[in-house]
Design a protein around this ligand. Sequence first.
Ligand SMILES: *Cc1c(COP(=O)(O)O)cnc(C)c1O
Length: 400
Amino acid sequence: MPKKTRPEKNFESRAGTAAVWAGETEEGFKRATQTPVVHSVAYAYENLDEWTAVLAGEAEGHIYGRNSSPTVAVFEEKVRHLEAAESATSTATGMAAISNTFFALLSPGQRIVSQKDSYGGTSKLFLDFLPRFGVEVVMCDTTDFEEFEREIEKGCDLLYLETPTNPTLKVLDIARLSKAAKTKNAPVVVDNTMATPINQNPLTLGADLVIHSATKFLGGHSDAMGGIVCGRSDLVEQVFQFREINGASLGPMAAYLLIRGLKTLELRVQRQNASALALARFLQSQEGVDEVFYPGLETHPGHETAVSQMRGFGGVLSFSLQGGEQVVGAFLEKLRFAHLAAHLGGVETVVGPPKTTSHCETTAEERALLGIPENLVRYSVGIEDLEDLQEDLSAALDSL
Ligand SMILES: *Cc1c(COP(=O)(O)O)cnc(C)c1O
């Protein structure tokens, strides 16, 4: 490596700069300014001593693509900075990050305390898979923090939170619930996908690990899947060791696309925050709309908690339509600037009802129990001009 003469970069507290510069390797490749996509599966060494030192973690380097690789390491480093974490490890998808965390940290006979409205895939782990391995899962009423505290008191080996929730944007008090879990020495894991590190840093509120589906806002362009787990080094190390054997590793091409997307994360999220709040207020004033769910609204039950732990309220909102379930289809068809798809967090606006998106695996009765109305529309705000989105919503409502 050539001698370094440039000053060290310092961007610890500024997300816009960190999103651009963090993790970018100093050495480059033939003076390229951009991180190369290293497709190599294996890494070769001069001699056995060098190879052994890398294997033992005594020298920097990579051995085999399932364990670690250079492009993937840059992605991990960027998100690690954005979450102000000690360590980070990546996975092929968000669900791989979540399931690897559970299977790495838990053993039969242990108990997770969590919430009723988690992401659909996470709920599936809670209801079908973890119980098969002897792990007890308690799913508390998402807005009843006292119930969480009572359940934690009865026994807790891991507290798992997701806030804001999908699709009704309920807000959990991370600091209060983390404090309760600490009395039991239980690690606190937070799915921060909906908020993004721009709006919320759970580790600074008492969490031990933070998880993202990088597929959503982090990548932001709906063209790559990935997941990441950041936080306390001892816990991240356990997740990494399970993941390298389980094999759900992030690939170099996806990592490259996620790095490229991450560079504009701060810009995108600021725009999405502003547009989502404006559209939520607009929808509240519309005749055909029953109720609007967005933590940035003063009328939202979780608004105060959101203000205390978030810097912005995110790019996803939902609203119920008057006239019931039948009007949802007619409304969706009328939108010009929105994909009807099961996704969120991209540069394009994406819209859909819970029964074909976040909660496609649940029955109508289960959705009712979760307080998810069948006439609900989830709206993930893209980076289009606000005026176009507002006109679009207005025209679709008028057509009903
Ligand atoms: C999409 C999503 C996941 C799962 O991520 P994948 O990348 O699709 O596996 C987990 N949590 C939340 C909140 C999500 O929105």
